[in-house]
Design a protein around this ligand. Structure first.
Ligand SMILES: Nc1ncnc2c1ncn2[C@@H]1O[C@H](COP(=O)(O)OP(=O)(O)OP(=O)(O)O)[C@@H](O)[C@H]1O
Ligand SMILES: C[C@H](N)[C@H](N)CCCCCC(=O)O
Ligand SMILES: [Mg+2]
Length: 238
């Protein structure tokens, strides 16, 4: 099965959800691959999203992580390529067909392949302007949309779900990526509103992963709290 993890925005917790989903699949015995088609904003020796995912999970044998292409600038992929190497670099971005081929090859040797987009649903991944929504559709993937609980999320989430449904994702899963331990009245209201945005469209809803799953700062190793939190995503795999 192929899962595409996108979000209502950048920085909403897609990587944390990707890692938690991978933990759930690994726990049930799957061979799991995590693919990031375009990793931007990371220097050659730095950890990107897939390396962080592998580290948080303790780099188990049954997990493979693969980056499509890495670009330096913290921008959308096409812009990051243009900044780094001009038109030639943008032309050298992998095409949609190349991403599809790589992901299908991963699906041959793994039970679950989890693909993490860059930014939100309609950010261009390729020079031709195809998006993670196009990639998900080409793969007939299960779409996972990660959202956040704070102010502004209702509009972003409604727009994202409407666009996803319009592109043929009649079903999918909305996940609240990070929910504070001491929520404000706004967080509580948004949690209910977000659940309704999902379920009114026939989408599944996964309640908030707790905030504080991932320590920031110097590289942290295997994260037992994240492994445990992965259980909340078991319904995505069912
Ligand atoms: N549940 C959580 N617990 C703790 N920290 C979190 C949680 N979710 C997200 N974060 C933190 O919020 C920040 C953004 O999360 P993350 O990197 O997963 O976002 P993203 O949507 O993958 O962003 P990008 O578009 O760059 O891939 C990170 O510093 C991450 O550690
Ligand atoms: C650099 C960042 N962390 C992401 N990888 C790229 C986010 C692109 C967002 C583009 C946009 O929607 O304006
Ligand atoms: Mg990420």
């Amino acid at each position: 099965m192929i899962y595409v993890v996108t979000g209502t925005d950048t920085d909403v917790g897609k990587t944390v959800v990707t890692a938690a989903l991978a933990a759930t699949a690994l726990r049930r015995g799957d061979r799991v691959a995590v693919y990031k088609p375009t990793q931007t904003g990371v220097r050659p020796n730095e950890d990107g999203d897939v390396q962080n995912t592998a580290r948080w999970l303790g780099a188990p044998d049954r997990l493979s992580v693969v980056e499509g292409i890495r670009l330096l600038e913290p921008m959308a992929p096409v812009d990051a390529a243009l900044e780094e190497g001009g038109e030639a670099a943008a032309d050298a971005l992998p095409t949609m067909a190349e991403h599809v081929r790589r992901i299908k090859a991963l699906a041959q040797g793994h039970d679950s392949v989890i693909v993490e987009g860059a930014g939100g649903l309609l950010v261009s991944l390729t020079r031709a302007g195809e998006t993670i929504a196009d990639l998900g559709a080409a793969l007939d993937a299960h779409l996972v949309v990660v959202t956040r609980p704070d102010l502004g999320t209702l509009n972003h989430t409604a727009l994202t779900l409407e666009a996803a449904v319009a592109r043929g994702f009649a079903r999918g899963t909305l996940v609240l990526g990070s929910y504070p331990g001491a929520p404000s009245a706004l967080h509580v209201r948004n949690r209910g509103n977000l659940e309704a945005l999902a379920t009114d469209r026939g989408w599944d809803w996964v309640d908030g992963l707790p905030a504080g799953l991932v320590a920031t700062g110097p590289a942290q190793g295997r994260n037992e709290v994240l492994w445990e939190a992965g259980r909340r995503l078991a319904s995505v795999l069912a």
